[in-house]
Design a binder for this molecule. Structure first.
Ligand code: NAP
Length: 248
């Protein structure tokens, strides 16, 4: 909690899609929010302004979470603005889909660097603050691709499965200081990431989802907000599927 009251949440990749919805939902729950983005300053500013309009504090910070320098600068900017960090949401993610047979090494590295190493960098930069506070919430956005695998997404699935191992190890490392670490594994969610897929791939995906539809970013955000809440204090090391039943 910062000096003005209210918990402080840092959401990576919050300029659009799921990260944006998480930022807005956490603000609705009384958090001040650090809105991180990579390229789209205007979109990030719009998210921060929407939060400020509700009376909560918000700043935008451009930073590449895949790099140690980016993660450190992000955390420093958050500390300067709000004085502490109570919640870290590792949401920033990219895809570079293709069969492994034809996957360039660069596509492997880019996806692992942003999706998995980005979470490592941000946890590393934030954990000292939470250790000192003897409290904190860390939530990774994994994926059903990480729990089940997906043809054409070896890099992405490996990164998302890696996030689950990272989550469980950090849950064990940080439990003595009352810091919980969990993951949310969305199925197919209607965002720019899935809008980039061919229509027949979406149709095929929907056919496999027991609830028969894509999820919304808001439906992921409400699950994240629960895990970030004081009420979820006895939940750690878990992977919560929010996927219309796809992952069962
Ligand atoms: P999206 O619409 O493509 O948004 C991605 C966000 O990540 C953007 O805000 C982008 O910022 C940011 N970003 C990308 N690389 C970054 C970096 N190196 N450093 C900082 N920020 C970076 O994606 P989404 O669909 O909302 O997905 C959000 C998360 O949920 C991802 O981890 C994704 O893998 C996961 N997920 C999505 C789905 C789905 O169906 N959509 C399903 C399962 C899991 P800029 O726009 O400013 O570049």
């Amino acid at each position: 909690m910062n000096a003005n009251g209210g918990r402080v949440a840092l959401v990576t990749g919050a300029s659009r899609g799921i990260g944006r919805a998480i930022a807005l939902e956490l603000a609705r729950h009384g958090c001040h929010v650090v809105v991180n983005y990579l390229r789209d300053r205007e979109a990030a500013e719009a998210v921060a302004q929407a939060i400020r309009d509700t009376g909560q504090g918000a700043i935008t910070v451009q930073a590449d979470v895949a790099t140690a320098a980016g993660a450190i600068a992000l955390v420093e900017a958050a500390m300067e603005a709000f004085g502490t960090i109570d919640i870290l949401i590792n949401n920033a993610g990219i895809t570079r889909d293709g069969l492994l047979l034809r996957m360039p090494e660069d596509d492997w590295d880019a996806v692992l660097d942003t999706n998995l190493k980005g979470a490592f960098q941000c946890i590393k930069a934030v954990q000292r603050i939470m250790l000192k506070n003897r409290a904190g919430r860390i939530i990774q956005i994994s994926s059903v691709s990480g729990t089940r695998g997906n043809a054409g997404q070896a890099n992405y699935s490996a990164a998302k499965a890696g996030l689950i191992g990272l989550t469980k190890s950090m849950a064990r490392e940080l439990a003595p200081r009352h810091i919980t670490v969990n993951a949310v594994a969305p199925g197919f969610v209607d965002t720019e990431m899935t809008r980039a897929l061919p229509a027949d791939a979406i149709e095929q995906a929907v056919g496999q989802i027991p609830l028969g539809r894509l999820g919304s970013a808001e439906e992921i955000a409400t699950a994240v907000a629960f895990l970030a809440s004081p009420e979820a204090g006895y939940i750690t090391g878990q992977v919560l599927g929010v996927d219309g039943g796809l992952g069962m």
